[in-house]
Design a binder for this molecule. Structure first.
Ligand SMILES: Cc1cc2nc3c(=O)[nH]c(=O)nc-3n(C[C@H](O)[C@H](O)[C@H](O)COP(=O)(O)OP(=O)(O)OC[C@H]3O[C@@H](n4cnc5c(N)ncnc54)[C@H](O)[C@@H]3O)c2cc1C
Length: 334
């Protein structure tokens, strides 16, 4: 365990905190929890790919860096594998490790930045799959008591980009490891149109797991900025859900609007709304709306926290004025 003041996030804003702790093993974690140091202000940090520090953080940052992946067992009926991964494992490395071992189910979630421990928090999702489809249970420690608690998949209350760890148990538990239920049989999920088209045009009818992962990575990095090349937090806004009558009114004015039926109404594509409010590719100061995907705000170089907030506010206001829709941030703003 050691202290340092600079905080890595993929958005790349200058960020600092009163103190910064790296936790690699369970003994360190138990010591920290019993020390009472987290009774004041703290923030649990994984890979920093969904968080934007806009100012100094007056408290302790706890960076989870524990490692380890192990096969717990095989279900004798289904043949499924139960695989446990430590919270500090890099998510993409874990997905590749599973593919190379013949443990299937996570292929569509390849190349999502961040750590295994953060995946349940917002139930990461991409290309028609979500982490919840494969998470079996989540091992945690309660911050206030230090007690261990296992959450079953159901207890995690997974929803679109949401879980019990985001709300209502925010900042109550540290996720220490995640157990996944993975299949011994590869069943490619190709219902995402861009994916099936990419495989078709490459002449691949029955993709291997590696071909699937490669195709998804290629599509992903064709429209999202690689963190090492341009700072971002991925999708800055969530896709909003509106009631059916609101959707029908919008559809009448904008017949090509992108939307999907969901319980309670229609989910609109926030990127489409932002683009049609005229923001795609535009900048305010050193923060911009990414030219290939309007859902992503990017650091154009030396961007400040105030510039991010100002751009997010301007985009939100224009979308509200034009479509009567309130955008909610997906990225966590500190
Ligand atoms: C280019 C790019 C593309 C992206 N694409 C996608 C995508 O396709 N789909 C998607 O869902 N997301 C995407 N994201 C967002 C991001 O990758 C995910 O939200 C990821 O799970 C964040 O992981 P992290 O380790 O970086 O978490 P952080 O950003 O460090 O933390 C995120 C949240 O999780 C909490 N947290 C982290 N670790 C723990 C832990 N061990 N215990 C308790 N709480 C914890 C933090 O307190 C914080 O609230 C993208 C981001 C980028 C930059």
């Amino acid at each position: 365990m050691f202290s340092k003041m600079e905080i890595y996030t993929t958005f790349g804003l200058p960020a600092s905190a009163d103190s910064y702790l790296v936790i690699n093993d369970e003994i360190q974690l138990r010591k920290l929890l019993s020390s009472g140091q987290l009774s004041d202000s703290f923030f649990i940090l994984g890979g920093g790919s969904n968080v934007v520090f806009t100012k100094h953080f007056p408290g302790t940052i706890v960076h989870l860096d524990n490692k380890g992946i192990r096969l717990l067992g095989v279900d004798s009926t289904s043949g499924d594998y139960l695989v446990e991964a430590a919270a500090g494992e890099v998510w993409d490395d874990f997905v590749h490790y599973c593919i190379s071992n013949g443990w299937y189910g996570l292929e569509n979630l390849v190349a999502i930045p961040g750590t295994v421990g953060a995946a349940p928090v917002q139930n990461v999702g991409a290309y028609g799959k979500e982490a919840k489809d494969s998470i079996f249970r989540v091992r945690t420690f309660e911050i206030s008591t230090g007690h261990e608690r296992i959450f079953t998949n159901e207890e995690c209350q997974f929803a679109y980009r949401n879980s019990v760890f985001k709300e209502p148990l925010k900042n109550r538990y540290i996720i220490w490891s995640v157990v996944f239920r993975l299949s011994s049989v590869f069943r490619p999920d190709l219902h995402y149109k861009a994916l099936s088209e990419a495989l078709y045009s490459a002449g691949i009818e029955q993709p291997s797991p590696q071909q699937m992962a490669d195709a998804i990575s290629k599509i992903r990095w064709g429209k999202l900025p690689r963190p090492e090349e341009m700072g971002s937090a991925g999708s800055f806004f969530k896709n909003p859900v509106v009631p059916v009558d609101h959707y029908l009114k919008l559809k009448a004015s904008y017949p090509d609007m992108v939307a999907y039926p969901v319980p309670g109404g229609y989910k609109l594509a926030a990127g489409w709304l932002i683009e049609h409010a005229g923001w795609k590719g535009r900048a305010m100061g050193r923060c911009g709306v990414y030219e290939k995907q309007a859902l992503v705000l990017v650091n154009l170089g030396g961007c400040s926290g105030d510039e991010v907030l100002a751009l997010a506010e301007a985009v939100t206001a224009d979308v509200r004025a034009q479509f009567g829709v309130s955008l909610e941030k997906e990225a966590i703003i500190i």
